[in-house]
Ligand binder design. Sequence first.
Ligand SMILES: C[S@@+](CC[C@H](N)C(=O)[O-])C[C@H]1O[C@@H](n2cnc3c(N)ncnc32)[C@H](O)[C@@H]1O
Length: 331
Amino acid sequence: MANKNLNAAKEAKKDEFYTQLEDINNELRHYREHFSGKTVLCNCDDPRISNFFTYFAYNFEFLGLKRLITTCYKNQDMDLFSQNKSEQAIYLIYDGDKNGNNIPDPEEIGIHPLKGDGDFRSRECIELLKQADIVVTNPPFSLFREYVAQLMEYDKKFLIIGNQNAVTYREVFPLIMENKIWLGYKSGDMAFKVPADSEPRAIRYWQDETGQKWRSMGNICWFTNLDIEKRHEDLILYKNYSCEEYPQYDNYKAIEVSKTSEIPGDYDGVMGVPITFLDKYNPEQFEIIGATENEATDKVKALRIPGFIKYDRPYINGIRKYARILIRKKK
Ligand SMILES: C[S@@+](CC[C@H](N)C(=O)[O-])C[C@H]1O[C@@H](n2cnc3c(N)ncnc32)[C@H](O)[C@@H]1O
């Protein structure tokens, strides 16, 4: 039992890292038109440390928000750096500046107790979710599947941070294929503050001159269902197809394109592209047929060349290639 609790605590610790205001600012500037008159919910955010809360509270008037709701998971202690030490949580409601100084003063922010620990899946947090038009946060990565499923169930607009690997999740990839979720602007490297009691890591971990601990991850991206300009921008296709440069797979009726930037402009058949293609995906330019790694849909099965032993990945001359997304040009 003690071991189980220790493991749970260790797992929870992995979810404790905090998004920088600069990263939030840089992404959110592409979405401004979506927020006018809207209620925003940040539901994995201790308002005392969350830069999502800071961003929306300080930009409340600029964005023309209707309401900002923030829920804090477990921790209530003002002096602790969200360590989930208290089982009871709080939520905050901010309806904008009242005294004309354009600053969210403490007396303008309503602090309310939650009955439970502020778990985004709890009934009371779901009631807050129902009030929201747009959910914006960096949720716990360990619960990413459930987090996205809940947003979809309640038909919410959202902008959330996640790990790029999540695009291949069985619960996420079909949503991408059906154009219900797409990637936002920034993807790749991001640095996060971590709590003072975080264990040092061998790589991507440091302490700054103030003693603040940091970690970075190289495969971070934003997931959203808010329309953005980027999603309508065509990828410039400058390469021409040749069978030498773009070999056909042994087990799929598709050609290998190892770099998204080298998709041949004159090829109308199915192509296997790296997962990073999703960062450039414009649904008006390409159709996603499926992925070689995911449980095959009928469309993907139809591309299989009979007689090959494995279809988990594409193979060329018997050599297993990287996971690929199968796409086709639309125009
Ligand atoms: C990756 S951190 C990001 C924190 C904050 N959103 C930010 O971007 O700075 C995820 C947060 O979710 C909280 N959390 C973990 N499990 C949760 C749950 N079941 N419901 C709500 N929040 C949870 C963690 O305590 C952690 O602070």
